[in-house]
Design a protein around this ligand. Structure first.
Ligand code: AMP
Ligand code: GLY
Length: 422
């Protein structure tokens, strides 16, 4: 069958790489894709938010399944639009995508279904938020409720800073409408992990655990980014923790979404904090994580396309999935200056040599082709991913590949996966 994959990041290169291995696949189109996805299919010049254009293209090319990578088109109703045209689509409908696109909605689902999470309050006017924050004397977290490209969350160890941030979000509108509503919650302490599951409205299949590295600097210092590296599995997610996540977070969320009239289908990604009192939900994402998808899919042995179809058809309970027991580590190489300003158009060398290493895949994220060269075109440029017998071996291999790649200003953290090795 023909498949249309929507997106252009490292996550989408990993999805394209994996979908291309399916026996069921005839043609893979990626809109708009990147030079990495072009190795596995045909890139199409349609933006991720041009939903009418995407549906029209899918109809013309006899596409049987659309796979929506990023959150923006999901929140805008891309899946609803494909389905209305009789095309299967992998991902939640608009109503269910609120679980990521509207943090106040997500907190409501959590509170009304007794899902463990930080205590929180939701505000739609700054004066009330200010009075509440001023009454707090412990660290708090201030979150713009809407989609803010991963930048809308501020951990404020001094609550007074929270008032300043809330004003920027709600009055100065630094994130536009995404800041009309703000969630203020208690700060949780512990280690974070990402738990991704396939959900078909009813059944849940939990994938292997993973852990992201959000901060730009080694030792988790400096500004937050989209993610500077990830590994799978995350040893901190023991069997007991995973059991708790399934029973206390995933199952009640899927049930709660059904009761709410917004049944959930696609990937349910729970960002959790493993606190001394057990796992707590930090956030839900309604899509594959980036960069978690890169190491997770390197370990998935089963046919991803078949799994996605079973999700769309509501027969996930018939699927069994096989995983490589070996861990995988992904190191993100970014443009110098990211997550602040950075230059683009730097020629990347060594890609071929790095990609030739055994058990290594170099996933493209912010790259472009220019005059026959691959050049940088974004903050996160590459996700260099390796599988190894142990996490330490996978890490060593990933950095061996990183060291073969160069571009002007290239940066990466050197401590990816150290938390799992210690
Ligand atoms: P979110 O988009 O809600 O996951 O927030 C992004 C990041 O902010 C998370 O990955 C955490 O590092 C941090 N964060 C969010 N909520 C909390 C919280 N309640 N306590 C501590 N850190 C948090
Ligand atoms: N890696 C974090 C995210 O995908 O949101």
């Amino acid at each position: 069958m023909n498949v249309l994959l929507i997106g252009s990041g490292g996550r989408e290169h990993a999805l394209a790489w994996k979908l291309a291995q399916s026996k069921k696949l005839k043609k893979l189109y990626i809109a708009p894709g990147n030079p990495g996805t072009a190795q596995h299919g045909t890139n199409v010049d349609i933006g991720v938010n041009d939903i009418d254009g995407l549906v029209k293209f899918a109809k013309e090319k006899d596409v049987s399944l659309a796979v929506v990578g990023p959150e923006d088109p999901l929140a805008a109703g891309a899946v609803d639009a494909f389905e209305a045209s009789g095309i299967k689509a992998f991902g939640p409908c608009k109503g269910a995508a609120q679980l990521e696109a509207d943090k106040a909605f997500a907190k409501e689902i959590m509170h009304s279904n007794s899902i463990p999470t930080a205590e929180s309050r939701t505000f739609d006017n700054f004066e009330d938020a200010k009075v509440y924050i001023a009454s707090r004397d412990e660290a708090i977290v201030v979150k713009a409720s809407g989609l803010a490209k991963g930048k809308g969350v501020y951990v404020c160890d001094d609550p007074a800073d929270g008032i300043v941030i809330a004003e920027k979000i709600m009055v100065d509108k630094i994130f536009g409408e995404a800041g009309d509503v703000v969630v203020v919650e208690d700060k949780l302490l512990g280690q974070e992990a990402s738990i991704l599951a396939f959900v078909d409205g009813r059944s849940i299949y939990v994938m292997e655990s993973s852990q992201d590295h959000k901060a730009i600097g080694e030792g988790d210092t400096g500004l937050n980014t989209g993610g500077m590296g990830a590994y799978s599995p995350a040893p901190i997610v023991t069997e007991a923790v995973m059991d708790q996540v399934v029973k206390e977070i995933l199952v009640p969320t899927v049930d709660g979404m059904n009761r709410n009239g917004t049944p959930y289908k696609g990937i349910l990604y729970a960002g959790i904090m493993i606190t001394q009192g057990g796992p707590r939900t930090l956030e839900f994402n309604v899509r594959f994580g980036d960069p978690e998808t890169q190491p997770i899919l390197m370990r998935l042995k089963s046919d991803l396309l078949e799994v996605m179809l079973s999700v769309c058809d509501g027969r996930l309970d018939e699927m069994s999935m096989e995983w490589d027991s070996r861990p995988a580590v992904c190191v993100v190489m970014s443009s110098g200056g990211y997550p602040g300003d950075y230059e683009k158009g730097k020629v990347i060398s060594g890609l071929e040599e790095a990609g030739k290493l055994e058990d290594v895949v170099v996933f493209h994220a912010g790259t472009a082709e220019k005059d026959g060269d691959i050049v940088t075109s974004g903050g996160r440029v590459l996700g260099v991913t390796a599988v190894g017998e142990t996490i330490a071996a996978a890490k060593k291999k990933a950095y061996e590949a990183v060291d073969k790649i160069s571009f002007d200003g290239a940066y990466c953290r050197r401590d990816i996966a150290d938390k799992a090795i210690k």
